[in-house]
Write a protein that binds this ligand. Sequence first.
Ligand SMILES: Cc1cc2nc3c(=O)[nH]c(=O)nc-3n(C[C@H](O)[C@H](O)[C@H](O)COP(=O)(O)OP(=O)(O)OC[C@H]3O[C@@H](n4cnc5c(N)ncnc54)[C@H](O)[C@@H]3O)c2cc1C
Length: 451
Amino acid sequence: MSLSSPLTILGGGPAGLAMGLYGRRAGLDVQLFEANDTVGGNARTLQLGPFRYDTGAHRFHDKNPEITADVKALLGDDLRRVDAPSQICWRGRRIDFPLAPYDLCRKLPLSLLAQISREQLTIPRYSDDAQHFEEMALDSYGETLAHLFLLNYTEKLWGTDADQLSPRVAGDRLEGLDLKTFLLEAFGGTTEKTRHLDGSFYYPRRGYGQIAKATADALGRENIRTGAQITAIEHEADRITRIVVNDEDAVDVDRIVSTLPLTLVHRLLDPPPPDEIQSLVDSIRFRHLRLAVLGLDRSRLTPNASLYFPARSIPFTRLYEPKNRSPDLAPDDQTVVVLEWPCHPGDEGWTQSADTLRTAAVDLLQSQGLIDDDEVVAFDDHEVPFAYPILEVGSEQIAERLQSHLDRFENLHLLGRSAQFHYTHVHNLYAQAKAQAQVLASGASETKPHG
Ligand SMILES: Cc1cc2nc3c(=O)[nH]c(=O)nc-3n(C[C@H](O)[C@H](O)[C@H](O)COP(=O)(O)OP(=O)(O)OC[C@H]3O[C@@H](n4cnc5c(N)ncnc54)[C@H](O)[C@@H]3O)c2cc1C
């Protein structure tokens, strides 16, 4: 393969776009194929009349200074720092999230507090060797807190029992509450640590999708083909040789980066993989989301970045109000809220009509005393497929075996949340793409960045 041969990128979400941008900057000739009419994947911003909303509550995490600087250079002054706390809706009260002891002391009944405090003195605290999420939550927070706020929410989000989920589904969200912080807060008031754990982040003025758009512009729109669904990936021996676009257009490939879901890539392989691999493909799953979007005739509903609903009786997990991330996303005197309903395909949540979804969303906001029905001035219904890889116990090992199966193709690289079956975020994808572009441009032997 020659260095000047084009790099073919499958998928125009954040991973594919970042790969294209950094590939171009490293001197590679790139061609990106995206099935949708627009780029951005699961990190897009959509329009509903005068309102704008993201495909799920997004924030740009300032965790990699080099990538933050790159994104700032793309967006200029439009990338702003936002301070907006998140809260949990619990029995009509609002509890700070991440959980903060000082706040809990103010808002929970005394009997519960006494129980929680007793448990804090005896639990082992966050451990790396928990076998599953339930064990980790109980070890980190104790029985009472875990059952009140974490296990119910987590099972709803993933559609799976907490003792079947990997501890890694928590991401880094449960790391803040060590015993020292707990005692300091409980007796001394709120600390910097818990206050800033989750409430401060970057966000683009025109919505999160502005990052994808700016990346696509910098990569060059002429290098992006939208409306181009990959329908087959052909291979011979240890190389991918051609991709088929929209069932009709065969394109020869040399080097290829796929950001499509790991399971989909296997299903597109022509010839197909052996039976043993196909059965593994069927045994890992993704969680999908249905969004109910309500335009409201009031200037603001909450002060929060996100509002979480842990109660099992509520099918939605989270509400977010775009205006609290950027005021430009709704008119001054109106606001828009987005409710997330996690689903498996075929679930009631996935198959219900838009009208039923609207009714459920309005009922929830009314039952929480948040709105009156006549305030709703607009409604949208949006599906977010492949929102999260479901990290069940053992599924990461299966994903590794599937990735190893693809490793035999010397010219194929995987990048992206669903491609690597890894619960990762946009700044990480940009960092991986940047590193991979350097490797490809240098002509060094292929590095395959697995999750
Ligand atoms: C509700 C929610 C909230 C989130 N919040 C945050 C956050 O706050 N911060 C953060 O950093 N990240 C967040 N994320 C994660 C972030 O959205 C993902 O990490 C990111 O979108 C993954 O990018 P990707 O390119 O790997 O995949 P995707 O965004 O899924 O993009 C894959 C692309 O491939 C295309 N595609 C699929 N099949 C084909 C085909 N056959 N042919 C051609 N194209 C195809 C799709 O149309 C899509 O455009 C959140 C995700 C969700 C769902």
